[in-house]
Design a protein around this ligand. Structure first.
Ligand code: DX5
Ligand code: ZN
Length: 215
């Protein structure tokens, strides 16, 4: 299976987002990664359901929504109406199993996310309820940070456990992905790469996306 790329629009100019989404589609993006931040779970505020609703009107790409919000179970229904993959943080203070089940019951693919401080073993018991697992390779909150190599062993451990449990789960990595770190993450077992700054700052977006996907 080839690697999928899920560009994050966090660093895009929101007034020209429609054009940027078209450029990402033309460049071969597989999904769109949408970072929702509440200023409480992370020290930054981004956007919510209304913006995602508008984005949805202009693309057929699956929407990969990354909730960085406190007690995410409070908002699952609203986000499930606009997301394809709906992910939340293990550390965010919701009942993990119930929230994953609710996401699936509402017709979305469920995604559980771990911060750099969380051991992958902590989520082993929830894997059967996940369609995707997201390993953060930076502290959530901001784009443009440096990749933390500690994410690599977490990806390997999770990839092994997913195989051991006989599950079909996408393994996504988010933060600091570039030409140097993408091959390392793929080698460690990632099959979905989130990339924000690297894709948006590229002189040739299409060539950059193709390079990553052909790893
Ligand atoms: C960080 C976000 C990331 C971020 C990725 O909290 O979850 O999705 O936008 O951006 P880069 O690729 O620039 O690290
Ligand atoms: Zn993200």
């Amino acid at each position: 299976m080839s690697v999928k790329i899920s560009p994050s629009v966090l660093t895009a100019d929101f007034l020209t987002l429609k054009e940027d989404i078209k450029r990402l589609e033309d460049a071969g993006a597989d999904m769109l990664h949408l970072d929702v931040m509440d200023g409480i779970f992370v020290p930054n505020i981004s956007f919510g359901v209304p913006v995602i609703k508008s984005i949805k009107k202009h693309t057929l790409l699956p929407l990969d929504v990354h909730l960085m919000i406190d007690r995410p179970h409070r908002y699952i229904k609203e986000f499930a109406e606009v997301a394809d993959y709906l992910g939340f943080h293990f550390e965010a203070g919701s009942d993990v199993a119930d929230t994953l089940k609710e996401i699936r019951n509402l017709g979305c693919k469920s995604c559980l996310t771990i911060k750099p401080c969380t051991n992958p073993q902590a989520i082993f018991e929830f894997l059967p309820l996940c369609d995707m697992v997201l390993v953060m390779s930076v502290e959530p909150g901001f784009g443009g940070q440096k990749f933390m190599p500690s994410a690599l062993s977490k990806l390997s451990v999770l990839r092994e456990e997913i195989a051991k449990q006989g599950l079909d789960i996408l393994l996504e990595v988010d933060g600091g992905i570039n030409a140097e770190t993408a091959p390392q993450a793929v080698k460690a077992g990632a099959d979905v790469l989130v990339a924000g700054n690297y894709v948006f700052s590229a002189a040739d977006m299409k060539a950059t996306v193709e390079n990553i996907k052909n790893l």
